[in-house]
Design a protein around this ligand. Sequence first.
Ligand code: FES
Ligand code: FES
Length: 895
Amino acid sequence: MSTMTINGQSQPLPADADALLVDVIRDQSGLTGTKFVCGSGVCGACTVLLDGDPVVSCLLPAQAAAGKRVTTVEGIGAAKLHAIQKAFMANDALQCGFCTPGFVVEAAAFHDRWRAAKGAATPSREEIAAALSGHLCRCGAYENIFRAVAEACAGRFDGDNVASPRLEARDKVTGAARYTVDIRHDGQLEGAILRSSAAHARITRLDLSPARALPGVAAAISLLAADNIVRYVGAPIAAVAATDRPTALAAIAAIGLSSEALPAAIGLDAARGADAPAVFTKANRKYAGNVSEGGSSPASWKGNVRGPSAAFSKKGKRAKAWLAEAKERRDPLLVEETFRVATQAHACLEPHAAVARFDGDRLTVHVSTQAVHEVMEKLGKRYKLAHDKVRVIADHVGGGFGSKGSLGTETIAAIELARAAKAPVRVAFDREEELSVTGYRPGAEIKVGLLPSAQGALKALSLTAHADTGAATNSTIAALARLIYPAEAKDLVDFDVISNLPPGAPFRGPGGPPMAFALEQTVDEAALRLKVDPISLRKRWDPDPNRQRLYRWAESLDVWRNRKTAASQSGRYRRGVGVATGYWLYLWQPGSTIELAVTGGRIVAKTAAQDIGTGTRSVIANTVAQAFDLEPQDIEVCIGDSNLPEGPGSGGSRVTASIVPPMLVAIAKLRAEIAKSAARPPLAGSNAPWRDLIAASPDISVSAERQKDGPPAPGITSPLKQAGLMGMVFGWMMRTFNGIVVGAGVPSSVQVMEVEVDTWLGHARVLNAYTGLAIGKLAAPVLARSQAVGSVIQGIGYALYEARETDPLTGHVLSSNMEDYRIPGIGDMPRCEVHFDEAGFDHVPGGSVGVGEVATIPTSPAIANAIRDAVGVRPTEIPIRPDRIVAALNGRTAA
Ligand code: FES
Ligand code: FES
């Protein structure tokens, strides 16, 4: 048998016995709905049906499908949408959508089996988790996936098609959504990158000619920096473009290379030693990466240690003196602790990827990016191309979480190879590259000292953070403690420890989760010493009006009011409840512009923003539809293309706050223009029949740029103003060098977690997660909830499981696959309740600010405080692994 059928079409089998089914489906059949992520059977993204049974196509030789029926996601709903697809759409069981085809195929098979055996009974949460346990979703859409599968199995979606709160949901559940890795141009070549196997070396010879001489190789280029030094394992050296990936990899292997080994300093402890070899000399510090979302602030360097950065201290010397005196006199209220947090990988399911094509002097690049406009500007500058000669496109982006905000090697390599080869070139990182060299949230060591006064006020606070930034700088952890819990004196000091490891990168609320892990546990410890309820103490110490409302919500929760003390529990399993607070800055991007048009009787909204799973399309469609009494699906939304009017980057939770305000202005303009052109203008003050007026309107276009905010209500101020002169300087730098404004008011989150701890095996499990969020009015409420819940599960991963491990001798990343880098699965998902407090941002036109960062910041300390509540010992290191809990229970430290 030399054929198989794919979605009913006969397909020849490849002659190559090693060819994998996933490659035949994607490359030969062009069915790009099936995704390739881990390549090792761990994530489920490549799941298809083989004669009706789900299989992972990344492990199956294509020849094993001889004579069989293969059904991909495109085939699942080919005739009409499957009930599971409708349920995913209606329940918003997806965000970026990259994992969605795999989930849909597996869940559809489960649904069909379930219905055949059990009719319209509802499967339990455990049954659904067991069925989908082979799938991973980095956006954390699990909660809504549970609901979608349960409702579909119960027959709720047997009827007609349904609407979705997410505008592009249908494309994502049917596999029609196209991501950068799915782009195929005629004659497109495949690029691959030669990377350093040494942690520190000078490249003395790079000979590309053997690679260029291989049949099928169209181009080979150097990616070395001017100093020819590689500073970490995986640093890019060269790139090739060839007709296919095996040929490109053979060409990489053929490149001639000589190098001189340099001494390396690997990891935080080795790099800050007095004799540690320097990673950067003064002259080449410009090659260091940046782990923050802001520009690099000046700081001194001593060896590999950059800092102290202490500009956000307040009476720092006094704080130090008070803490030292309290230690001297053994003040029982003094809390001192050292916390360690692990390095967290972004682990986006769509890898970093770019496809570049030149048409004459015009460059078009599809990039998996969080910033189409900014990348276009950077490319224009780098290659001296006018804006109208560069176009950056990102229709759909399979996750970013901060790692896809800048101009990356994948984009530069694709462009330079395309130019050299005179053909389109795709560069897509493999999973090892994705988990090794695309950035991470730096691990850190954070020392905290906190001293309440005898009267129970917060007198002095000190945080000293050493961040393990790899070949990068600019971490901000301790400084973030300035903007919460005012104290008489604060000593807040940040250090970067630079080493021969891949550079860190911004990651969802950069610096926020490690700061909160340390500070929020210290505040809880102070509450124990003061014998005060932890929420009451936060209410006393934290005057922020947004958080005051959230504290009142949190203390009213039954789980909080009815919690048991650790002393009252016995037996193997103990339960605990913990609370923690987080905040993020309200950011917006000046210059963000929305164009609204009536084209052919339909409203079209355009801006060069992108949707990385956060719901940008839906925010736009909802806002416009509401103003014209239409349905969101009536609005055509064009984003993800730098040819559109300037839009904001998806970073720092700034998209909604940047585009909703100008959209309101544009809406008002468009209404006026439509009314003006109407045959019978609507009466002033009347409810205009917009649908009819729009249908009859000539083509019109208006636009508006992000305006300033109005005056904030009394009590709402800029957090940077509260931080004094340095806060103002920081605000000025953000605006001048990053084009981002820090607005008044503080998006905030208070979380309460209930955990169960197995005191024999040390396993901690989050049972219930309660998240209170003050982020203003909700432009897309269902999607805001999805994002909040996704942030919580990512925070659970940070607290309990995730740790990027490196070899301390060689600098190799050891956890560069998805078996060894453990992200949460559906079985780790607790029940989640989200409370939105919509007040506090009336000065922002539209009243909405972002949710993505703030919802993940307090999760790890809330879990740690709950574990402390359950078992009476405090976890000072994350991930809070079982061996660490067992060791702490036995009064020792884990290895
Ligand atoms: S890509 Fe096949 S299981 Fe992950
Ligand atoms: S929606 Fe699952 S990975 Fe993004």
